[in-house]
Design a binder for this molecule. Structure first.
Ligand SMILES: Cc1cc2nc3c(=O)[nH]c(=O)nc-3n(C[C@H](O)[C@H](O)[C@H](O)COP(=O)(O)OP(=O)(O)OC[C@H]3O[C@@H](n4cnc5c(N)ncnc54)[C@H](O)[C@@H]3O)c2cc1C
Length: 279
């Protein structure tokens, strides 16, 4: 199938991209194109204008400042995978990246595209949620930040509105007390996860505090597992507590019951990772 006809504009700056997006009611940003082009080809979406932001170098930076890692929206998965800053200061993201698709897709796909697209089985939205990160957004009226807890609002739905451009994400940089865990189950490496779990915590002596568990592939958005988080912090049975947190529905990958079982398996693995000393 071929896409419906559309106009194309290459933005020369963030302001130019915002102007193009606000002048046309039915415009769509083009980042890595790895998800968007497929939806166009299948005619699942038919925007009248594509606004290409690939020339915006200011969105391609990774920086670490004042205990915060800032990753520009146009940083490609492969660039982040090779980044020494990400490896040192955002090890959860580093651990998740190799699970995203295949090298060819990671060469083009962007961090901002992944977060904006908000696939419920995607790794990076769950990592952002587990890390208590934020999304930076620009539009014609200025810039704002939204916490990951409030950003993912539904199936492929986010807090992004008309004329908004996601310019980057911000996550707390790792400290010596930071602990992370990541695991997913997919039919083949690189496939979207059947179920996955990204986790962060702070070691306090022999206990874990500030535990944040973000499951993906189990609901319309990444999901915090608050009961299981409390159980881990109090040394209780987190897998039993998980029954209060998750109610996965059947999908093309697996039944809801299978997903719930697999979520418990992943929780055991990830809890063990959180309890390991940082290596
Ligand atoms: C075969 C295949 C397997 C894949 N497997 C996985 C996987 O296992 N895990 C995973 O997480 N992903 C997977 N992906 C998706 C991949 O990670 C994409 O790169 C990602 O979802 C979208 O990034 P992109 O830069 O290509 O965005 P695009 O395709 O360019 O855009 C996606 C959507 O986000 C919007 N958008 C893009 N950038 C911005 C921005 N800065 N501000 C606002 N809106 C924006 C676009 O308008 C569009 O609606 C897979 C893709 C393919 C084709």
């Amino acid at each position: 199938m071929k896409p419906a006809p559309f106009d194309f504009a290459k933005a020369s700056s963030i302001d130019d991209a915002i102007a193009l997006m606000t002048q046309h009611a039915d415009a769509r940003l083009l980042a890595g194109g790895q998800s968007l082009i497929a939806t166009l080809n299948m005619r699942l979406s038919a925007p009248k204008l594509l606004v290409d932001i690939n020339a915006l170098d200011e969105l391609k930076r990774i920086s670490v400042r004042d205990g915060v890692v800032e990753i520009g929206a146009l940083v490609r998965h492969a660039q982040a995978e090779r980044s020494a800053e990400i490896a040192q200061h955002a090890p959860l993201i580093a651990r998740a990246l190799p699970h995203i698709a295949h090298p060819a897709i990671r060469n083009r796909g962007t961090i901002g595209g992944s977060v904006a697209f908000a696939d419920p089985a995607a790794e990076l939205p769950a990592c952002l949620l587990a890390l208590g990160g934020e999304v930076e957004i620009a539009n014609a009226t200025g810039r704002r930040r939204i916490k990951a807890d409030n950003f993912f609002t539904g199936l492929f739905e986010t807090a992004l509105g008309f004329g908004d451009i996601l310019t980057g994400i911000r996550i707390p940089a790792a400290t010596p007390a930071s602990r992370y865990g990541f695991a997913e189950l997919a039919r083949r490496h690189g496939d979207y996860a059947m179920v996955g779990l990204a986790a962060a915590a702070r070691a306090d002596g022999t206990t874990l505090k500030d535990v944040r568990l973000a499951f993906f592939g189990v609901d319309a958005t990444p999901v915090r597992a608050h009961a299981a988080e409390d159980a881990i912090e109090h040394g209780e049975d987190a897998v039993a507590a998980l029954a209060d947190d998750l109610d996965p529905q059947d999908d093309v990958q697996a039944s809801g019951a299978a997903k719930k079982h697999l979520a418990g398996v992943l929780l055991r693995r990830v809890t063990a990772q959180l309890q390991e000393a940082r290596s």
